[in-house]
Structures are given as structure tokens and as C-alpha cells.
Design a protein around this ligand. Structure first.
Ligand SMILES: Cc1cc2nc3c(=O)[nH]c(=O)nc-3n(C[C@H](O)[C@H](O)[C@H](O)COP(=O)(O)OP(=O)(O)OC[C@H]3O[C@@H](n4cnc5c(N)ncnc54)[C@H](O)[C@@H]3O)c2cc1C
Length: 365
């Protein structure tokens, strides 16, 4: 007889791990299906806002590779700004971080099944049948946390994410500070984040049509920085938030990158993935308890707690990348602006608060 789970979560990244932890902690039977071998490498800069700690009752220290207290910006490799940030930011290796989070979920009762690819889903009047490369499984509810490349959004009939090209390369150097390079790529940026014993350089565009190939830009930049051109360049698409969308359907929710929640100005995706995983778990817990509108409310909560601010991030990204030279001078270089940006990155401030402050300071005019 097939075991019936309260919830099957597809994908063991930050969204899936956060959801699994909070559902298992509430006593529900949870199965996480992950197609890759585990722990898996996720191409990612690994900059994490310490604000995520507020959603958990355990200490993330073992999952942090290093913390950083400064960030640096340049415009076409010159005109640099270096600034202290309000709170140390975490830099993580994603294989370690994702495994740590998932282990916390397993410790409170979640089941993780790796090398198990979901190959199809079917709703059967009151439950989901989940087909895999192994045996079919069943659950009352589903969470799609299968990232940018996963098939779940399409299968659930929800809006699919728009993919943007992005590349990352890792170099065995230490002692670097997080750096954002502007003006090197049209409509985009390059960002370098340190780990304890390495430095990863990511590149992406944030608006406009896709460039043909970003690998040349990344290689050129790495060479200029004195880092040997790497043959370990990996491409992995990013999905930036591009408007609120429905994140629920019959007995199922979508979370994290699969729901395109990443910040369209900074590409920060880990924090919104975790936020959505936490909120998805709360919604399914309520639905299992009989609340008929809990899944619908999940869409509304994510719109209110994340989407509303991403409207501003999207507007700022549009403005900044249209006039990046001016944006750098008046928006990035000014000391008060760098402090505000660092507060946003640390989760201390929302874009809406920044806009409010700007409106107030301009009000006499
Ligand atoms: C180059 C680059 C740099 C980045 N840098 C940062 C950064 O510094 N900070 C930050 O906050 N964000 C960054 N991001 C974004 C961040 O990596 C993502 O937002 C985050 O990983 C999303 O987490 P997730 O749990 O939604 O999905 P993922 O972490 O992608 O996890 C999804 C999981 O689902 C699994 N899966 C997919 N399909 C199936 C299937 N059919 N069956 C079973 N399993 C399946 C996948 O194997 C994967 O493990 C970066 C992204 C890129 C591409």
C-alpha cells in the first residue's frame, strides 16, 4: 500500500528545507523529494541576509562559511566606494547551507529522499499522486520548491518564471571583500562574494533583452582581477520577481525560485525562498487543520510581505539600469545611500521605507 503523506515537497533547496522544517515541527508527515545526489552544489554567490534567523529556533553558525562587514562598489572598475555594513552578512557554501537546513528538518521528523526526480503529478479528488523515477507516492498537499529549472509550475498550471541567463565561477583565493561591479555589463552587474577559502564571481543581466553570452564578460573581468580564467564556470538561470502572481492551486503551493521571488535589483533569492517556505508550511498546517482559504491566503501573504516591496525594487532596477552612470553617482556612491542599501541587504529596511525617506527629504521642494 502507498504511504500517504500530509505533504510532499519537491526540491530540497532553501524553500523546500524551510517548509519541511516548519511542517515537520508541527507534527505533520513530510516527504522531500530531491532529484540530485545530496548534498548538491547550487550555483550561487551564497550571500545570505542574517534576517532569516528570525524564522527559526536553531543557530545557523555551523552553516556559515564566513561573515563580512564591508561591501565595495565600483563603476567600470574605478570610482570605488567601500563601506561598513550595518550587520555582518553571512556568506555560505550552498552545499553546506542547504544540507544543514534540511538536516534540521530531518531531525524533527521530515523524510528526505534524494536522487528521486518527480516526473509527473496527478490530482485524484482529494490527494496528489506524485510520479517519480522510483515508485509513485501520495500526499494530501504539495509544495513546489523545485527552483528555476523545475517543471512543477507548468504542471500545476501556474505562471512559469521568466528565466534570465546567469553565470558563476569560483576561484581559490581568500581575503576578498564582497564587491559589486557596475557599468561592466549592459543592464546588469557582476558581483563577487567571498567564502572562507574561495571567491565566487557571478554575472547576470536584470532587465532588457538577453545578451548573447555572458561568459566572455566574466572571463575578461576575472582576468582583470588577476584570477586565472576558470574552466569551472557554471551557468544557471535566475528568475527575478516580475509582478505578483497566483502561488496556489488545488491542494498545492509554489515557493522560492519556482515562484520567481528573487529581488529584481539585487538578485537576492535565498531570503525570499526561505520566507515563502515558512509561509507555505503555515498555510498547509492551517489547511490540514480545516481552514478552507489557507492556500489562497498564502498568495496574499507573500504579495503583502514580499511582493509589495519588490514593486519598488523593480522600479529602482528599471531606473538604475536605464541610467546606470547617474544611478551610480547619486544612488550608490552617496554615503547615506550605501548605508540604506546595506540595511536592505541585511533585512533591516525595506525598499518602501527608503522611498518614504526620500519623499520626506524632498517634501520641502
Ligand atoms: C549565479 C547566481 C548567484 C546567486 N547569488 C545569490 C546570492 O548571493 N544570494 C542570494 O540570496 N541569492 C542568490 N542567488 C539566487 C539563489 O541561488 C536562489 O534564489 C535560491 O537557490 C532559490 O532557492 P530554492 O529553494 O527556491 O531553489 P533551489 O535552491 O534551486 O532548489 C531547488 C531544488 O529542486 C530540485 N529539483 C528540481 N526539479 C526537480 C524534480 N523534478 N524532482 C525533484 N527535485 C527537483 C533541484 O535539484 C534543486 O535542488 C543566485 C543565483 C544565481 C544563479
Amino acid at each position: 500500500m502507498t504511504t500517504m503523506f500530509d505533504c510532499i515537497i519537491v526540491g530540497a533547496g532553501p524553500a523546500g528545507g524551510a517548509a519541511a522544517y516548519h511542517l515537520a515541527k508541527r507534527g505533520h508527515s513530510v516527504l522531500v523529494l530531491e532529484k540530485d545526489t545530496w548534498p548538491r552544489q547550487k550555483p550561487c554567490g551564497g550571500g545570505v541576509s542574517p534576517a532569516i534567523a528570525q524564522w527559526f529556533d536553531f543557530d545557523f553558525t555551523p552553516a556559515i562559511s564566513t561573515t563580512v562587514k564591508k561591501i565595495r562598489y565600483t563603476w567600470k572598475l574605478s570610482d570605488p566606494v567601500e563601506t561598513e555594513i550595518v550587520k555582518p552578512m553571512w556568506m555560505v557554501r550552498r552545499d553546506v547551507f542547504d544540507q544543514f537546513l534540511m538536516q534540521q528538518a530531518v531531525d524533527v521528523g521530515a523524510k528526505l529522499q534524494t536522487q528521486t526526480e518527480v516526473t509527473g503529478i496527478k490530482f485524484k479528488s482529494d490527494r496528489w499522486q506524485v510520479n517519480t523515477n522510483a515508485e509513485p507516492l501520495e500526499a494530501k498537499y504539495l509544495i513546489a520548491a523545485d527552483g528555476t529549472k523545475g517543471p512543477m509550475a507548468k504542471w500545476l498550471g501556474l505562471k512559469q518564471s521568466k528565466l534570465r541567463q546567469s553565470l558563476i565561477a569560483e576561484f581559490p583565493v581568500s581575503g576578498q571583500i564582497p564587491t559589486f561591479e557596475f557599468g561592466m555589463v549592459k543592464n546588469g552587474s557582476i558581483w563577487g562574494f567571498p567564502k572562507a577559502d574561495s571567491y565566487s564571481i557571478s554575472i547576470a543581466t536584470f532587465r532588457g533583452s538577453e545578451p548573447k553570452d555572458l561568459s566572455k564578460d566574466l572571463t575578461q573581468y576575472a582576468n582583470k582581477m588577476g584570477m586565472a580564467a576558470s574552466n569551472s564556470m557554471v551557468d544557471h538561470p535566475i528568475c527575478l520577481w516580475d509582478g505578483d502572481k497566483t502561488l496556489h492551486t488545488q491542494n498545492a503551493l509554489i515557493a522560492g525560485d519556482a515562484a520567481s521571488l528573487a529581488d529584481p535589483l539585487s538578485a537576492e533569492g535565498i531570503r525570499p525562498s526561505i520566507l515563502s517556505g515558512v509561509k507555505a508550511a503555515e498555510a498547509i498546517d492551517q489547511a490540514l487543520g480545516g481552514a478552507s482559504n489557507a492556500l489562497e491566503k498564502y498568495t496574499q501573504i507573500i504579495q503583502k510581505e514580499w511582493g509589495a516591496d519588490m514593486v519598488w525594487a523593480g522600479n529602482l532596477a528599471g531606473l538604475f539600469y536605464r541610467f546606470p552612470g547617474i544611478g551610480y553617482k547619486v544612488g550608490v556612491k552617496v554615503p547615506v545611500a550605501t548605508q540604506l542599501i546595506s540595511k536592505i541587504l541585511c533585512g533591516e529596511l525595506r525598499y518602501a521605507d527608503v522611498i518614504d525617506k526620500a519623499k520626506k527629504s524632498l517634501s520641502p521642494f
